[in-house]
Structure formats: structure tokens, C-alpha cells
Write a protein that binds this ligand. Structure first.
Ligand SMILES: Cc1cc2nc3c(=O)[nH]c(=O)nc-3n(C[C@H](O)[C@H](O)[C@H](O)COP(=O)(O)O)c2cc1C
Length: 218
């Protein structure tokens, strides 16, 4: 069975179909500009949830953890996402204010990797992010027990009902533990896959106030 599965995996195609060319010399000076270009191109290529990314964090004991999250905004200040402070990812970020983000857009054979320190936004920005969520997401986020063991599904139904009733009574209620985070990029890599394995990699780093660009060996 193990052998069969190994063969099965080996038979799966990678970088199939027509892929775009990427000319790093023509890339913008700033990585956030290139990121937005690539994300729009991923949308146009039909990638589902192109704004979903893997957020990798480090716990206080040094153990790594990763999960998929939706990116909220990308501008010259960084990549933004939100989390409840009491969730495992929220606790990791309190203990260790740095993270890595990974985006993968299969239809374009493109990956973007971002690393850097993570800074919590002030309460008013976190509150605005919370209030911009649909009611169901706000209710769920206000429960604040993410990733705890659920002993009985009825407990979840009860908690959701209570949270919805509370939000109906107080529509402007904000959960103080909801935090909008900005990952300030120290390093951003754009990876363009190639069927012939001549992948193109462009890395932006910021040794001083301006971005430096380097091509990396694949
Ligand atoms: C496409 C996708 C999008 C997701 N978006 C979010 C999100 O925006 N916020 C969130 O808390 N969890 C999101 N999740 C669930 C997380 O991956 C994760 O299960 C959850 O946040 C608990 O993570 P933690 O235990 O590390 O805190 C998403 C999962 C997927 C597959």
C-alpha cells in the first residue's frame, strides 16, 4: 500500500498547462506592488481563495505551527491579518512577534513567501476590522474558544446562539481580544514555477531604507 501510494503521488502532475513567464528585471521596486499584481492575475486565472495564505508562527516553547488564514490587506506597511488573542496563533504571536506567510497559486505555478516581525495594530483599527466582519463571523469570533476541545456539539450551538443574541442587542459590540496584525516584511520572495524546472525566484530584502532585489538559484 505504501509503495502504491508512493507511485500514485509520483504520477501526479506538477506545473502542468500553460504557465506565465516572469521577468524579474521588469518587476516593480516594491514587493507589495508586485504582490498585488500577482494576486489579481491569480484571480483572473481562476484561482480559488487566492487571498488564503499559510501563517507560520512559533510558540513560546519554540515549536512551529502553521494554518491557513485570509489576508486582510497588503500595502506599503505590510501584510495584514486578524486573530483572537486567545487562539493558539494569537498566543504564539504574543509570545513571539514574528511570522512567515506563504501563498500558492497553482494555476499560475506561483508562490510568494513573506517573513518579518508582526506588530499589533491599535485597538481602534482592530475594532474596525472586527466590525467589518459579517454578523455570523463576528458571533463566532466573539466566543473566543477557538481550537479548544469541543466535548459536545450542543455546546457550540448554545454558544453561537448566545453570541448572536448578544450581537443583536449590541450591534456595535467589539471583542477586545480581536487583534489586527501587520507583518512588516523583512524579506519577500516571488517564485515562478517552470515545467522544465528552470524556476525563477526574485527575493526582496531591505538592508536599509530601500528594497534590494536578488535573483536566487532555484
Ligand atoms: C481557506 C481557509 C481560510 C481560513 N480563514 C481563517 C481566518 O480568516 N481566520 C481564522 O481564525 N481561521 C481561518 N481558517 C481556519 C484556520 O486555518 C485554523 O484552523 C484556525 O484559525 C485555528 O488555528 P490555531 O489553532 O492555530 O489558532 C481558515 C481555513 C481555511 C482552510
Amino acid at each position: 500500500m505504501t509503495t502504491d501510494f508512493r507511485a500514485y503521488l509520483r504520477s501526479l502532475p506538477v506545473f502542468a498547462g500553460e504557465l506565465p513567464r516572469f521577468d524579474p528585471d521588469a518587476a516593480p521596486d516594491k514587493p507589495d506592488d508586485l504582490f498585488r499584481e500577482w494576486l489579481v492575475e491569480a484571480v483572473e486565472a481562476g484561482v480559488r481563495e487566492p487571498h488564503a495564505m499559510t501563517l507560520s508562527t512559533t510558540a513560546s516553547d519554540g515549536a512551529p505551527a502553521a494554518r491557513v488564514l485570509i489576508v486582510k490587506n497588503v500595502d506599503e506597511h505590510g501584510w495584514q491579518f486578524a486573530a483572537h488573542d486567545t487562539s493558539p496563533k494569537g498566543r504564539d504571536l504574543t509570545a513571539h512577534r514574528a511570522a512567515a506567510l506563504t501563498f500558492y497559486w497553482p494555476a499560475r505555478a506561483r508562490q510568494v513567501r513573506v517573513r518579518g516581525p508582526v506588530v499589533p495594530e491599535p485597538p481602534e483599527r482592530s475594532a474596525a476590522d472586527f466590525l467589518a466582519r459579517p454578523p455570523g463571523s463576528r458571533a463566532e469570533a466573539s466566543i473566543g474558544r477557538q481550537s479548544q476541545v469541543l466535548h459536545d456539539p450542543a455546546d457550540l450551538d448554545r454558544a453561537i446562539k448566545l453570541a448572536r443574541d448578544r450581537l443583536d442587542d449590541q450591534p456595535s459590540l467589539v471583542v477586545p481580544e480581536w487583534t489586527l496584525h501587520t507583518l512588516r516584511p523583512a524579506e519577500v520572495e516571488f517564485w515562478q514555477g517552470d515545467a522544465g524546472r528552470r524556476h525563477t525566484r526574485l527575493r526582496y530584502t531591505r538592508p536599509n531604507s530601500t528594497w534590494q532585489r536578488d535573483i536566487l538559484w532555484p
